[in-house]
Design a protein around this ligand. Sequence first.
Ligand code: FES
Length: 103
Amino acid sequence: MAEILACRTGDLADGQSLTVDGVEPPVAVFRVEGEFFATSDLCTHEDWSLGSDGDLDGYQVECCLHQARFDVRTGAATQFPATEDLRSYPVAVRGEEVWVELS
Ligand code: FES
C-alpha cells in the first residue's frame, strides 16, 4: 500500500481542488462540503489537469478544455466528450492531514 500526504485540510476551501506535487501519474484532490476526494488528475479526453484547471460544481468537476465532466466521488465520466472514467483513490483525513492511498 502506497499512501501519500496529499495536502493539509486548510489548503482547500469547499469547491476547490489541487494537483498533488511530485506524484506520477498526477493525482487531484477535491473538497466538497468538508469532504475530500481524490482521482487521477488528467482528463481522460485529452489529458488536461482537472485539479489545477478544472471547475468544481458540487460533486462534478468540469474540464475547462472541452467541458467533459466527472463525478469526483467515483471518477465516473458523466458528460461527453470524456467516455473513460478517472481513477478514484481512497482518502483518509487524519487531523489536518489529507492522505491518499494510491494502490
Ligand atoms: S481535455 Fe478534457 S474535455 Fe477535452
